[in-house]
Design a binder for this molecule. Structure first.
Ligand SMILES: Nc1ncnc2c1ncn2[C@@H]1O[C@H](COP(=O)(O)OP(=O)(O)OP(=O)(O)O)[C@@H](O)[C@H]1O
Length: 232
């Protein structure tokens, strides 16, 4: 099992108030699969993803990714894991404004274990003609393509996407979902995606429904709908 999370708990303490955000999460995903986490605002989706990506740590339980117990790594090893093994895509792209498309992708290469070729990745996201443009000269959908290129040039084991289409219109969203599907097929990258949009779950192998820090339902899709046929 590529991702194997067992009894993961996490609380935040603010002053004297303790909020239990994850209450014993169980989650499994095979290598090369697409997983979708669905859940209302505040249900713990980003917290779960941050722990999986090595941005945050769980309080107890185990988080195993590709045989590595992430929760038990030293700080240095956790940083290596986050930089080397994980690609992140966020709702608001997070590109560096004064770097070109090519440079935004290049900055990641130094910290990668086995990077892919920039031009190959730019072609994969259909942005090869815009390599010398700045982020402000691109549409939202194009900026998201660049942020996906930046995430995959690292050749990550796991691509974590937090509301990747949250800021985009329907058609642009669908083209971004198609791109994620192509990345999954072409590079065999395991993808875990957070969304509010239940329609997107049709393209996933497994869907995890999160409510108040618990997985209340897991659906294994027998039929996977290609992103180009998803509508909302
Ligand atoms: N650093 C923190 N300190 C204190 N509380 C936090 C912290 N991070 C998250 N929380 C709380 O944990 C809960 C879950 O937050 P989280 O961001 O994981 O939810 P989410 O499902 O991703 O929500 P959204 O869809 O709105 O992004 C929320 O109640 C939030 O206020």
């Amino acid at each position: 099992m590529f991702i194997d999370i067992s009894n993961l708990k996490k609380s935040y303490t603010t002053g004297v108030v303790i909020t239990e955000v994850l209450k014993g999460i169980e989650m499994k995903l095979e290598k090369g699969e697409i997983g979708v986490i669905l859940g209302p605002s505040g249900s713990g989706k980003s917290t779960l993803m941050n722990i999986l990506g090595g941005i945050d740590r769980g309080d107890s339980g185990s988080v195993i990714v590709d045989g590595v117990e992430v929760n038990k790594l030293s700080d240095n090893k956790l940083t290596d894991y986050r930089r080397g093994d994980i690609g992140f895509v966020f709702q608001f792209y997070n590109l560096v404004p004064n770097l070109t498309v090519g440079e935004n992708i290049e900055v990641v290469l130094n910290i990668s274990k086995s990077p892919l070729n920039i031009d190959e990745v730019l072609a994969a996201v259909e942005m090869q003609d815009k390599k010398h443009r700045f982020p402000r000269e691109l549409s939202g959908g194009e900026q998201q393509r660049v942020s996906i290129a930046r995430a995959i040039v690292k050749n990550p084991k796991l691509l974590l996407c937090d509301e990747p289409t949250g800021a985009l219109d329907f058609l642009t969203s669908r083209s971004i979902l198609q791109l994620l599907e192509q990345v999954n097929k072409k590079y065999g990258t395991t993808i875990l995606m957070i969304t509010h949009n239940a329609a997107i779950s049709a393209m996933a192998n497994r869907v995890f429904k999160l409510r108040s820090g618990e997985i209340v339902e897991e659906v294994v899709n027998q039929v996977i709908v290609p992103a180009e046929r998803i509508e909302w």
